[in-house]
Design a binder for this molecule. Sequence first.
Ligand code: PNS
Length: 164
Amino acid sequence: MKKIAVYPGSFDPITNGHIDIITRGLRMFDELIILIAYNPNKSSLFTVEERMDMIRQVVIKDEKILRVDCSSGLLVDYVQNKGANVILRGLRAVSEFEYEFQMALINRRLNRDIETVFLMTGFQWFYTSSNLIKEAASLGGSVTGLVPDIVFERLRGKFNKVTK
Ligand code: PNS
């Protein structure tokens, strides 16, 4: 049976920390779907189309095993409809643990056939989050090295004072 995993998130925007998880996830699964899922608790800077476009530009290397998609519904329904049985999430600081634990538990309650698998973030991305990157960029801070070049340029487009 094919091992298909869905890597969901807001990806607003995709960061080098996400790319680290994707690269490592690709070694573990036969197919990986990067899913821009709706998070009702967040307002986004980039539209879904902009986010998908950035992801496509930075990660599609082998289209046979990597797909990019979006969904506004329940995550477990999406996962099941795709014939997948794993939700892949990256875990950074301890402060994230409770939120991730709750999400994994509610998803498991909603569908017991689907498991959430966590990968610990690479050490250099420990403090990297889309929210902090957006905040730094909006105030003119340098986010070089934290996001792919294309994302850096898009951030520059949104906040024209991003410094290199
Ligand atoms: O990158 P994020 O914002 O931490 O990702 C959270 C996300 C989008 C994965 C989460 O909000 C989600 O799964 N949204 C889809 C709706 C859903 O199924 N929610 C969880 C069960 S109530």
